[in-house]
Design a protein around this ligand. Structure first.
Ligand code: SAM
Length: 397
């Protein structure tokens, strides 16, 4: 995309055209493109508008109704923070700062976080070095009526004067030349720049990939692993006076349920008990399985696997609970016998700590079930119990 395309799409005529396009549908895209060109639209402009229609459609799941007024590139959308996550972070930042405080968004992309920060009542300096992406951010804050609160500046964030800024937010790009980069110094801006900014500004928050090593954030910072509807989407490191007392936390959205690291002993491992708990991915990534197990006086099925088992039932978004109905050492025949005895006609396979491929295992079990297709669906957990490959018949609570 070129800056001229952004300007044309953001103009009155461009916005009217985008608003007039039907919901994007692959099967009618060709015909629509031809119709637009017949109506006298420049071919490149028509193609750019149709791309936006497609991206807006895709963006809605991430950004909600705002997506219908925003402009994107494929990369810009992929890197954008989901609205639920950006809104929560912006609210926390706003609560920690004086009203109307000035915040720098250093590497703002298409502006999803900048929008959330402005809506939370902060003034935002949104810095983006890629001119087209900066033009998109500019168009987006305008389209959402936030131009007074956000200054978009096309510049290198590592060279921007941050005097007068009360806090900074960084969401470094994690790819270079089409590949995801794992070395924090390959991020842009690099991790060392995040650390320098934290020293200089004090109040800093950085959004990182959920797979970061626990050793990356420095002492004194706090890191939260955030999941949305069970998908772990990021690790956010809060520095300086923004840091929380717990070094590590799991935050589950949309509930907002939070679990903090505490000094708890590693849970014991033992046989399955009445209930089986599957911790949310954020709990696992944050290394808080022991803390989660303690909530239910639980033990692990295996010291190396994140399945908790307990005699206490607790309803919490932090872990999905299952009733344990039966359990056998793993074999195709034993699992089939188990399902036969229960009159099951289908099965859902969950697994952890085993090389079995759920789909092929299911395909092997199904033909042996007399009630195949007509009986209820069983949930079978394939995992290790104290080192032994096992199958548990469970029922979601
Ligand atoms: C992960 S994206 C930001 C996404 C944004 N938080 C959002 O929610 O839309 C990172 C952005 O930082 C920009 N960037 C990378 N290095 C930069 C630098 N040194 N100065 C300014 N921008 C930079 C990239 O071009 C990219 O658009």
């Amino acid at each position: 995309m070129r800056i001229e395309d952004v300007q044309a799409l953001a103009s009155l005529a461009g916005r009217a055209l985008l608003a007039s396009l039907p919901a994007y549908d692959e099967s009618s895209a060709l015909a629509l493109g031809e119709r637009l060109r017949r109506e006298g639209l420049d071919a490149d402009f028509a193609a750019a508008a149709m791309t936006q229609a497609r991206l807006r459609e895709r963006a809605t799941a991430k950004l909600g109704p705002d997506a219908r007024r925003m402009l994107f590139t494929v990369d810009g959308l992929e890197q954008a923070t989901r609205a639920a996550v950006a809104d929560r972070r912006a609210a926390l930042l706003a609560a920690a700062l004086p009203p109307g405080a000035h915040v720098a968004d250093l590497g703002c992309g298409i502006g999803a976080d900048a929008v959330a920060l402005a809506r939370a009542g902060l003034r935002v300096l949104a810095v983006e070095r890629d001119p087209v992406t900066a033009a998109l951010a500019e168009a987006n804050v305008r389209a959402l009526g936030l131009a007074d609160a956000v200054e978009v500046r096309t510049a290198d964030a590592t060279a921007v004067d941050l005097s007068g800024v009360a806090a900074a937010y960084l969401d470094p790009a994690r790819r270079g030349e089409g590949r995801r980069t794992r070395d924090p110094e390959d991020w842009s801006p690099p991790w060392s720049h995040v650390l320098r900014t934290a020293e200089r500004v004090g109040a800093v928050v950085a959004k990182l990939a959920p797979g970061i090593p626990h050793s990356l954030p420095p002492a004194g910072a706090s890191t939260e692993w955030v999941s949305v509807d069970g998908d772990v989407v990021e690790a956010a490191v809060w520095f300086g006076r923004l840091a929380r007392p717990a070094a590590r936390s799991a935050v589950l959205l949309p509930s907002g349920e939070t679990l903090d690291a505490r000094d708890v002993p590693p849970p014991r491992a033992g046989a399955p008990r009445t209930w089986l708990y599957e911790p949310d991915g954020a709990v696992i990534r944050a290394g808080l399985v022991a803390e989660a197990a303690e909530l239910v006086d639980g033990t692990l099925l295996d010291p190396t696997i994140a399945y908790v088992t307990a005699d206490r039932l607790l309803s919490t978004p932090l872990m999905t609970a299952y009733a344990v109905l039966d359990g056998v050492p793993f074999s195709l025949r034993r699992v089939r016998d188990l399902l036969r005895a229960g009159g099951f006609g289908d099965l859902v396979v969950k697994k952890r700590g085993t090389a079995v491929v759920p789909e092929s295992f299911r395909a092997q079990v199904l033909p042996g079930l007399p009630a195949r297709g007509s009986g209820p669906t069983a949930t079978v957990v394939l995992t290790r119990v104290m080192g032994q490959q096992s199958a548990l018949l469970v029922e979601k609570v």
